[in-house]
Ligand binder design. Structure first.
Ligand SMILES: Cc1ncc(COP(=O)(O)O)c(C=O)c1O
Length: 379
């Protein structure tokens, strides 16, 4: 089946009694036994639930994995994947990893005995240099937030595999519609399904998808033991959202390309960060490993912080907000919002300036989005 067909059909038929076309929500916390030893396949919803299994099957198929667990948030998915490691293990991480992942590493996982080296993963020699004898994992996130740096998946996997190290990719920014890291040899995928996979800004959720059965079994065990699974109702909402993933992203990235070109030609804009532009440093790499350029972009305005702040506040169609990947366009100022917890030095190292604005392009008409951005820039 092609991708869009899998989105609509995989896993959904769970109603053998009435043949409903849509997966029912089974909110039951517990399932009665047939006798003292056998069940219908489910006994307790933390451990397993038919609605959640429908979503698990769907997302595993979209990423090309053998198993998936869906969790209560993207961060619980990150926690689940990080729990594959043991005290003493060393993990290589991108310097501009998502802020919540950074916080978990910096203020929790380090205390539990894991160690980390942060590197600019666009520099492959830095990745090689960061590998130690105790390295057990390489964490990848591409494109990065908010500077849209693209990491070479195949090359990083090759470095990791020289030491038989587990590779994990946070694929939130592109979704499996545009990038399937397992095809490049990555072992585990993490998602914040809050973003494109659900796509409607009405659920916080996550997923962990594994390429091999052994890791899929381990993540399923962790999800049950740590109590990370999402509720049946949230699973149902995400399953409804994922059915339109392909057509949503097609429309959103088409508008993103137009907006990026508009911004690049505007006299008040210094620089646009969008992998679809020829001016993007990893444009060729993005063309090779992605099936499209996505709907996230950032830009630096020319005249300083006040202008950047005003662009955000003067826009009428773009809601000022964190998060991304929904059907409504969002605009954000990373310095005070998504990257406020980062030190000024850290932001500088990541390339985030006081002039940087980030946009998540939604499903509004691109003409309206451009007209609004123009007036916000010029007012
Ligand atoms: C790349 C990335 N990974 C993980 C997360 C965490 O997801 P959640 O907010 O659903 O916990 C986010 C949230 O913004 C994200 O952008």
């Amino acid at each position: 089946m092609k991708f869009e067909t899998k989105c609509v059909h995989t896993g959904v038929h769970k109603d053998q009694q009435y043949n409903s076309v849509i997966t029912p929500i089974y909110p039951s916390s517990t399932f009665y036994f047939n006798d003292l030893e056998s069940t219908s396949g489910y006994d307790y919803t933390r451990s397993g639930n038919p609605t959640r299994d429908a979503l698990n099957e769907n997302l595993a198929a979209l990423e090309g994995g053998v198993g998936c667990v869906t969790t209560s948030s993207g961060m619980s998915a990150v926690h689940c994947a990080m729990s594959l490691f043991n005290p003493g293990d060393h993990i290589v991480v991108p310097a501009d990893v998502y802020g919540g992942t950074f916080r978990l590493i910096d203020q929790f996982l380090r205390e539990k005995g894991l160690s980390f080296t942060f590197v600019d993963m666009t520099d492959l020699s830095a990745v090689s240099a960061a590998m130690q004898s105790s390295t057990k994992g390489v964490w990848i996130e591409t494109p990065s937030n908010p500077m849209m740096k693209v990491i070479d998946l195949a090359a990083v996997v090759e470095i990791a595999k020289q030491q038989d190290v587990l590779t994990i990719c946070d694929n939130t920014f592109l979704s499996p519609y545009l990038q399937r890291p397992l095809e490049f040899g990555v072992d585990v995928i993490v998602h914040s399904t809050t973003k494109y996979i659900n796509g409607h800004s009405d659920v916080v959720g996550g997923a962990v998808i594994a390429k091999e059965k052994e890791i899929a079994d381990r993540t399923a065990w962790l999800c049950n033991a740590l109590g990370l699974a999402c509720s049946p109702f949230d699973a149902w909402l995400v399953l409804r959202g994922v059915k339109t993933l392909g057509c949503r992203i097609e429309a959103q990235q088409k508008s993103a390309m137009k907006i990026a070109r508009f911004l690049e030609s505007h006299s008040l804009v210094e620089r646009v960060y969008y992998p679809g532009l020829e001016s993007h440093p990893q444009h060729e790499l993005a063309k090779q490993q992605q099936d499209g350029f996505g709907a996230m972009l950032s830009f630096d305005v020319k005249d300083g912080r006040t202008v950047a702040e005003n662009v955000c506040m003067n826009s009428k169609l773009y809601d000022v907000g964190v998060s991304l990947g929904g059907i409504e366009s969002l605009i954000s100022f990373p310095v005070t919002m998504s990257h406020a917890a980062m030190s000024p030095e850290g932001r500088k190292a990541a390339g985030i300036t006081d002039n940087t604005v980030r946009i998540s392009v939604g499903l509004e008409h691109s003409d309206d989005l451009i007209t609004d951005l123009k007036q916000a820039l010029e007012s």
